[in-house]
Design a protein around this ligand. Structure first.
Ligand code: COS
Length: 383
């Protein structure tokens, strides 16, 4: 039994070919740490951004298909982590608009996102509110029919270059998770500024400063004071796909290492002749397969409309296991290569830097463990 059906396998082969032929050359031409607009336009042209949202290619996008998102991310990650990140950031930033925006807001932004001409960002984290997302403080003060946003966001996707941000702001003081509202905020809004941040892996991430940025009533995503749910529902969809990104990177690390050990000569044979090497690779391949299965399992729970607790738990398990396993796999692949993997420009040197962040963003491993533990204890009463 294969894990994927024939149609899915054909889709994966198609995406891999598109990524290698059309995306990789544009990644090479891009500037590290900056939004690569030609790359996004190509993803739009080849329908990959459209695929982020599932459904049929001819219908307007309306819902996400988690498994398709995972297959996209895993496959593109196997070709280029930068291209994968560009695709994922676009999806994360725009999904709350698609999911919870007014029809006019959806019409205004989603066609451009799907074309790759409108760049999206997801703005939840603040300098004083990371894992404890409900502690966010960016203020939304009433201003007539609308609001004015004042405060700061940090580690924001595609900032400060995005055309549209999903911004989570505090509309009710002292209400924790129940006083947060999500807004669609145009990147060109007056009073919005920001800067790029230089990270270990070269992705477009930045800081945003809101100085009385005006938003209208129609820019609210979902209900006022219910924005925390909008954030969490988005993360339920994207967390398994972060696991898929990690699986894609780990798979490329393992592939290049298998090629290496069967050809590298040492002690009168190849590295593959060493039992310690074979056993190590057997363990890595098993971890990788387990990670893939958990990712697909979580995505299928989402797509089949499983109960929310199951979606949340399996998403957390998939992200936790896959990102931790991928880090370990890439690290061990570096070890099996020796010093050549440390040289700048080696695929493993690149993956070693890229694989680190997914254990932190979209909920650190510790957050995922807390979510899983909470689900385990739910409904159990003291004896
Ligand atoms: N789907 C829908 N609603 C959800 C939800 C989900 N997955 N998770 C929580 N909610 C709702 C809850 O139901 C609750 O509302 P009710 O009290 O009306 O039921 C509300 O949101 C608050 O939820 P909760 O009590 O779980 O809030 P916490 O402050 O305890 O949240 C975690 C804790 C750790 C889950 C949350 O802060 C989190 O995910 N942190 C990580 C943030 C993150 O991923 N940041 C990275 C951003 S992207 S780079």
């Amino acid at each position: 039994m294969t894990i994927l059906d024939t149609e899915q396998l054909a889709y994966v082969a198609h995406v891999r070919e598109l990524a290698a032929d059309h995306l990789l050359p544009l990644v090479v031409k891009g500037v590290e740490g900056r939004v690569n607009r030609p790359l996004l336009a190509a993803m739009g042209e080849y329908g990959l951004l459209r695929d982020l949202f599932g459904g049929s290619p001819d219908a307007p996008p309306k819902a996400a298909a988690a498994l398709q998102l995972c297959l996209l991310r895993e496959t593109i990650a196997g070709v280029s982590a930068e291209a994968e990140t560009a695709l994922a950031l676009q999806g994360l930033g725009s999904y709350p608009i698609l999911q919870s925006g007014h029809p006019e807001t959806v019409d205004r932004w989603i066609p451009g996102v799907v074309k790759g001409s409108a760049v999206a960002g997801f703005a939840l984290t603040e300098p004083q509110a990371g894992s404890d997302a409900a502690g966010l403080e960016l203020r939304a003060d009433r201003d007539g029919e609308g609001w004015r946003l004042t405060g700061e966001k940090i580690w924001i996707s595609n900032a400060p270059e995005a055309d549209i941000y999903t911004v989570f702001a505090r509309t009710t003081q002292g209400a924790g998770a129940h006083g947060v509202t999500a807004f669609a905020v145009a990147g060109a809004s007056g009073g919005l500024s920001g800067e790029h941040l230089d990270l270990l892996s070269p992705h477009p991430i930045g800081r945003l400063v809101f100085d009385g940025v005006r938003v209208e009533a129609g820019d609210v995503l979902g209900e006022v004071d219910s924005g925390f749910r909008v954030a969490m529902r988005t993360l339920d969809l994207f967390r398994p796909s972060v696991g898929a990104f990690a699986v894609g990177m780990a798979r490329s690390a393992l592939d290049v290492t298998l090629d290496h050990v069967v050809s590298r000569e040492a002690y009168g044979g190849t590295l593959a002749d060493q039992q310690a090497v074979g056993h190590k690779l057997a363990d890595l391949a098993t971890q990788l397969e387990a990670a893939r299965l958990l990712v697909y399992r979580a995505a299928r729970a989402y797509d089949s409309g499983a109960p929310r607790s199951e979606i949340t738990r399996t998403a957390a398990m998939a992200k936790l296991f896959a990102t931790e396993a991928a880090q370990m796999i890439v690290d061990q692949c570096v070890q099996l290569h020796g010093a050549r993997a440390l040289q700048r420009g080696h695929l493993l040197e690149h993956l070693y830097r890229d694989v680190r962040a997914p254990r932190i963003y979209e909920g650190a491993s510790e957050v995922q463990r807390s979510i899983i533990a909470r689900e385990l204890f739910k409904g159990r009463n003291p004896e």
